[in-house]
Design a protein around this ligand. Structure first.
Ligand code: ES4
Ligand code: ZN
Length: 326
């Protein structure tokens, strides 16, 4: 049985991480003070105590509230840099990270401020830590498609910094078909596409994301098991699923890690990967997610390493760059 040391030393690639979800309570407090933003907590521990979620929406409400402390370009830099240092600690060599511009532009923060700080930290991570990265812009699916189209327009001056677009926030009630036009436009512009699907929503959202949004990767996707034909198609096409184990147990997608289907999906031949989603809110970065899965599901060393091989296969890096990682 693989040891903690094996998991810690295993090279890793993270493909499902919301930068706003890496905001640790300590940094939230420091930024609230620096920016004069009121937060309804008196200590970082009090913030942590409030992280008791019963579903996706109860988390999202607190996650959007936490993001209110991010105001200046330096704040977005500090957030991203802190995440990259955690990547270094967990032996994560490459990351493809999400950001939610609408969470900030809707509060009057300029798109340029958000991406400026994030990009500066990612470049420093490449130069000083040797961590390569890509940036994925996510549209908030609880907002309308016109707002997503407007956000895509704001991204165009930064086309060179963004590899793709994604879809996140409340899945139930906001299916992929709502965003068909904005994804078609993004594809025309040469962006890759991904979408959260089959996290809390039905397997039909996975099908919809693939057929209507042209996605090359599914974020979460664990509810694919409700549709046997879909599972066969995902296996045949090697469609990657970016699964987030601690997120899924914290948000009650699965009651216990022992009930999680990730290892079963791996053994069926799906291209499943392990990711941390919103690590500051769900209790762990990459190593913690690997360890939680390995503890609940005895696996061989080869099976655990397969999660990394799958992530390299699923990543948006060039074939030449992939050889650096494997
Ligand atoms: C998210 Cl776990 C999750 N699901 C959907 N949208 C999100 N945004 C941030 N975390
Ligand atoms: Zn997510």
């Amino acid at each position: 049985i693989p040891t903690k040391e094996f998991i810690e030393k295993l090279p890793k690639v993270e493909l499902h991480l919301h930068l706003e979800g890496s905001l640790e309570p300590e940094l939230m407090f420091a930024l609230a003070k620096r920016n004069g933003v009121e937060i309804p907590f008196s200590s970082p521990d009090e913030v942590r105590a409030a992280y008791d979620f019963h579903n996706l929406q109860s988390f999202l409400d607190i996650y959007y509230q936490g993001a209110n402390v991010l105001i200046q370009e330096q704040d977005f830099y500090d957030l991203t840099w802190a995440y990259l240092l955690r990547c270094q600690a967990d032996n994560v060599l490459h990351v493809e990270v999400f950001f939610d511009p609408q969470t900030h532009t809707d509060r009057g923060i300029a798109f340029d401020t958000v991406i400026g700080g994030i990009h500066r930290a990612l470049e420093q991570g490449r130069a000083e830590l040797g961590i390569t990265s890509q940036l994925i812009l996510c549209f908030l699916r609880h907002l309308d498609e016109a707002a997503a189209l407007e956000t895509l327009e704001q991204a165009l001056p930064h086309r060179d910094k963004i590899i793709g677009v994604g879809l996140d926030s409340s899945e139930v009630g906001h299916p992929p078909e709502k965003f068909q036009r904005v994804f078609a436009r993004a594809l025309e512009l040469g962006f890759l596409t991904v979408a959260h699907a089959g996290e809390e929503g039905p397997a039909s959202n996975i099908h919809g994301a693939l057929e209507l949004l042209g996605v090359t990767r599914i974020d979460h996707g664990v509810r694919c098991v409700d549709d046997a034909d879909l599972v066969q198609k995902l296996i045949a096409d090697r469609t990657p699923l970016t699964v987030c184990p601690l997120s899924n147990t914290r948000l009650k997608v699965f009651a216990r890690m022992e009930d999680h289907n990730i290892v079963e999906l791996l053994r069926q031949g799906l291209c499943v990967t392990i990711n941390s989603d919103d690590p500051a809110y769900f209790g762990g970065y990459m190593n913690a997610n690997f360890l939680a899965v390995a503890k609940a599901h005895p696996m061989s060393h080869v099976e655990i390493a397969q999660f990394t091989l799958n992530a390299v296969e699923a990543s948006f890096i060039s074939p030449a760059e992939k050889t650096r990682l494997v």
